[in-house]
Design a protein around this ligand. Structure first.
Ligand code: ATP
Length: 221
């Protein structure tokens, strides 16, 4: 009799301020989806970001722009928005989001936290960061100008213990580095352009740029 091997569902998570969302975020989500055969990648806009105070747009606007960034994409792109952090009261911590998802989706699902190298370097400053590995894998990619060497010592130690060439068939626990073609764009640079009154066509989806224009976001008062 043929034995069917149950395949573990694989969910990728790209957290961010998305202030505003841009083509780098989409490229990151797609690259991770393709590198790790993810069934779905969720973009998770932060609520009140405790690390990035004074962000330009409100949580509701960042959520709306993230929705608009994905709105025209076909379902088989498998990119979706998860609004749980914006709905949550108080500061949002990734560890809480992962614990919530784990409780909802069950112990068997593979969760993959997808981050750029800037956030990888930053990881030891995250709230209860070591607990992240009990809840998800961490997949990191090199971002323009932010190298992957000379990482903080605590992170190097985790990397030595958890680093893998590819994702193991487990729900959580590994750190994997993956590569993608560099997309030289950041929300900081976009905000600067928008503040000067420019429309950064090609760097963010047209629906997002239209929303920014009609709501006069990131403009000097
Ligand atoms: P800011 O410039 O305001 O710091 P950002 O462009 O870094 O914003 P975030 O919303 O903070 O955007 O990023 C969310 C995630 O996307 C992070 O893990 C970040 O490393 C990653 N990311 C952002 N831009 C790129 C890019 N161009 N290429 C690859 N990853 C990216």
């Amino acid at each position: 009799m043929e034995t069917r091997v149950a395949t573990r569902r694989r969910i990728g998570l790209v957290g961010g301020t998305f202030d505003p969302p841009h083509v780098g975020h989409l490229a990151l989500a797609r690259a991770a989806r393709d590198a790790f055969a993810l069934d779905e990648v969720r973009l998770v806009p932060t609520g009140r970001s405790w690390q990035k105070a004074g962000a330009g747009a409100s949580s509701a606007q960042r959520l709306e722009m993230t929705r608009l960034a994905l709105a025209g994409l076909p379902a088989d792109e498998r990119l979706v928005v998860d609004d749980r952090e914006v709905r949550r009261d108080g500061p949002t911590y990734t560890v809480d989001t992962l614990a919530e998802l784990r409780a909802e989706l069950g112990e068997a699902v593979m969760l993959v936290l997808v981050i750029g190298s800037d956030q990888l370097r930053n990881l030891p400053t995250w709230h209860r960061w070591r607990e992240l590995f009990g809840l998800a894998h961490v997949a990191a990619t090199q971002r323009e100008r932010v190298g992957l060497d000379g990482l903080p010592e605590a992170l190097e130690a985790e990397l030595a213990a958890r680093g893998r060439q590819s994702l193991p068939d487990a729900p959580a626990g590994a750190i994997v580095l993956f590569s993608m073609p560099a997309v030289p764009v950041s929300a900081t640079a976009l905000r600067a352009q928008l503040q000067r009154g420019e429309r950064p066509d090609g760097l963010s989806p047209p629906a997002v740029l239209d929303y920014i224009g009609s709501n006069r976001l990131y403009r000097q008062p």
